[in-house]
Design a protein around this ligand. Structure first.
Ligand code: TYM
Length: 332
């Protein structure tokens, strides 16, 4: 039996992944390498929806690749590539744009939120068509599973809608992908404002753990995470969003269940618990940070990994694009 396909992506919008990127998405990418055919894409073209200086963009793209490798993406078992390295993404993206309705694209919450923040005149058209390029990213590889955080659920849904529409109009061409979202960690919250998602675009950096920041900075952020006036360490998202978020983070980093952690910390205070979360953070991310720094010293190996990945991805992408073109009646 041919193994199921996995595709996921991450933008290269920052020097560093944040804890939510890892716990919500990349954490699942690693074990899926056993038993699935995995494609992991750095969505550098999506990143262009935010204006960035060329030297900064380049550094971020390479930095994202190095962090993914350090976190355990294995180029011998996964196809790791840059979206811009596989032109078929844009080609199928256009077809998706011609299938998507203006109304359904206008309902995408990520577009609504981001465009509301910047205002109409400063919102680029690429932000509006973003989900259609993302649909192409996924459908080109006939993915079965798309491991992502909760905030991407709507983008996977529109991908399924577009694939269904294409299949019913032109004949079965695309596999329908399923979102693969973790119950624990699918949405990690900001440490200072634990009712908002941890996000690269947060107004203040104090509640965002960037994994490439110095360990001291991050330990400080964990220790000063917002909690409440109570004393008990128990999971209650409504009444204790801060402690609940830290419990999720601790559970995800250690593999312990939330109820086990609650038991372990019975009778102990928030200070002890935060120290344990910080220790778990350091034990995991200390070596990841060191490994990333060392991978970045050898740029030519990094570039080679990405080129090999793009060449492999292109073969699969071209098969799907060819069949979509021919189903549409485009003359080849
Ligand atoms: P991006 O780059 O914003 O985020 C990468 C992954 O991290 C997840 N994530 C979170 N998970 C839990 N808690 C959080 N606070 C949190 N913040 C981010 C995201 O859900 C995502 O899985 N559009 C995508 C990139 C993309 C993509 C794709 C994803 C492009 N093409 C194809 C899947 C398939 C994005 O902006 O992710």
């Amino acid at each position: 039996m041919t193994p199921q396909r996995v595709l996921s992506g991450i933008q290269s919008t920052s020097e560093s992944l944040h804890l939510g990127n890892y716990l919500g998405a990349v954490r699942q990418w690693i074990p899926l390498q056993d038993g699935y055919e995995t494609f992991y894409c750095i969505a550098d073209l999506h990143t262009l929806t935010v204006e960035t200086k060329p030297d900064v963009l380049r550094r971020r793209i390479l930095g994202t690749a190095a962090q993914l490798l350090a976190l355990g993406v294995d180029p011998d078992r996964s196809t790791l590539f840059l979206q811009s390295g596989v032109a078929q993404h844009n080609q199928l993206g256009w077809i998706m744009e011609c299938l998507a309705g203006f109304g359904e694209a206008s309902r995408m919450t990520q577009f609504k939120d981001k465009s509301a923040k910047s205002g109409n005149d400063r919102t680029v058209v690429g932000l509006f068509t973003y989900p259609m390029l993302q649909a192409a990213d996924i459908l080109l590889y006939q993915a079965d599973l798309v491991p992502v955080g909760e905030d991407q659920r709507q983008h996977i849904e529109i991908t399924r809608d577009l694939a269904t529409r294409f299949n019913s109009r032109y004949g079965k061409t695309f596999n329908l992908p399923e979102a693969f979202i973790l119950k624990t960690g699918g949405k990690i919250f900001d440490l200072q404002d634990p009712t908002s998602k941890m996000s690269k675009s947060a107004e203040s950096a104090n509640g965002v753990i960037e994994i490439m920041d110095s360990p001291d900075v991050n330990v400080k952020k964990i220790k000063s995470a917002t909690t409440d006036n109570g004393r008990e360490i128990c999971f209650d998202e409504k009444e204790k969003p801060g402690i609940s978020n830290l419990l999720t983070i601790h559970a995800a980093l250690t593999g312990l269940s939330v109820s086990q952690i609650e038991k372990d910390f019975e009778g102990k205070g928030y200070g002890d618990f935060k120290t344990a979360v910080a220790d778990a953070y350091l034990a995991f991310f200390g070596p990841v940070r060191e490994k990333t720094i060392s991978l970045l010293k050898d740029e030519s190996t990094l570039l080679q990994i990405l080129r090999t990945g793009a060449a492999k991805a292109q073969v699969e992408a071209e098969k799907t694009l060819e069949s979509a073109y021919s189903q549409l009646g485009l003359v080849r």
